[in-house]
Design a protein around this ligand. Sequence first.
Ligand SMILES: C=CC1=C(C)c2cc3[nH]c(cc4nc(cc5[nH]c(cc1n2)c(C)c5CCC(=O)O)C(CCC(=O)O)=C4C)c(C)c3C=C
Ligand code: FE2
Length: 412
Amino acid sequence: MSGVSRRGLLGGIGAAGAGAAAIGFGAGWAAQGSEPDDAGSAPTTFDLYGEHQSGIVTPVQDRLHFAAFDVLTDDRESLVALLQAWTVAAAEMMAGRPAGPDISSYNAPPDDTGEAIGLPSSRLTITFGFGRSLFDDRFGLADRLPEALVELPHFPGDNLDPARSDGDLCVQACADDPQVAVHAVRNLARIGFGTVGVRWSQLGFGKTSTTTRDEQTPRNLMGFKDGTMNLKSDEQSDLDEHVWVEPSDDRDAWLAGGSYLVARRINMTIEIWDRQTLQSQEGDIGRTKAEGAPLSGGTEHDDPDFELAGRDGPLIDPASHVALAHPTANNGVRLLRRGYNFVDGSTEIGRLDAGLFFLAYVTDPRSHYIPMQTQLASKDRLQEYLQHTGSALFAIPGGIAPGEHVGQALFA
Ligand SMILES: C=CC1=C(C)c2cc3[nH]c(cc4nc(cc5[nH]c(cc1n2)c(C)c5CCC(=O)O)C(CCC(=O)O)=C4C)c(C)c3C=C
Ligand SMILES: [Fe+2]
């Protein structure tokens, strides 16, 4: 594996630390870049630097640790210093190295918490975002607030917990090993101590979407294949149309190459769902449970035929989830979904506190999320089993150039 193992680094990192540069610690431990394992095989390590941030079209990893932060200072320079430090540490961790150079001095806390030593990079990606509240008067950013970074409206059925919603900054860490994803968020929080505090965080397992075609479609906790019609990384013109921001004025020029991330914690009443007949479950989704094929016939990747009539009306119920989420019912809109299953223990009445942590990257939430969610919230048969308990919207700056920090154009 060319992705680097942290194994054996304890002995050598001190020497490397002495030469830590702004673009990375311990250069020479590993090559940067989306490194293939062997010639032609899938990458095992992703690069922080590039045209777009990693963790958006990157092949979806198995695990997630997502955190929203509040900035605790009013000092713009401290915020910029934090973003610089986060960028350097993120590049190191994505390369499979410790978050900082000094992990062996006895007289100071180590620059890395240690729990990922010996683990490979596990395809770690770290994606940063800025919430609407960052653009208040504290940092002189009010005139750079993009018009699309709106406050999401209240949707029918929302039961949002403010302690699981919003935030000045976000970090999405995805990896194939949960310990690597948690390590990334933990070390960024440690680096930010005194400047930022974690507002809320969410663990996820079992991706519910893919961005590539060579993988089996994963399943959500309702047992259905999820991600069949997701936007894929090779659909360049659709990504340009539906995911990447097209800056329109001075307020969002800094977002070139970026996107908007909608994060929704969606609880499922799983025990009630599990008592529904297979026919009813399939009718709610509009696809078969085993194969994921449209109820109008064919196999998983065949297009649904929403007109095809059965004995009692259309074979795909117009109130099913896929009928209402399909581009034909949404002005041609597509989303890049990147969500995860979650189970956060159980409730006081013994029900699983479980569901889908919905993550979607869009070019503009006003055209690409709000109308679709408005429609789903009022008409979708699935809605009976869902409750949205957390919500946030973040502007995701474009890619980072070597030597720069995430969101640098915003502070220029
Ligand atoms: C506002 C957007 C969406 C929310 C919220 C949402 C929640 C949600 N979805 C599922 C399960 C499935 N969704 C599927 C397809 C699908 N869902 C959305 C949007 C939202 N889903 C879109 C845009 C699509 C694609 C529609 C299309 O183009 O046909 C599917 C079918 C398989 C697939 O294509 O992915 C399932 C299954 C759950 C369980 C859920 C909330 C918990
Ligand atoms: Fe969906």
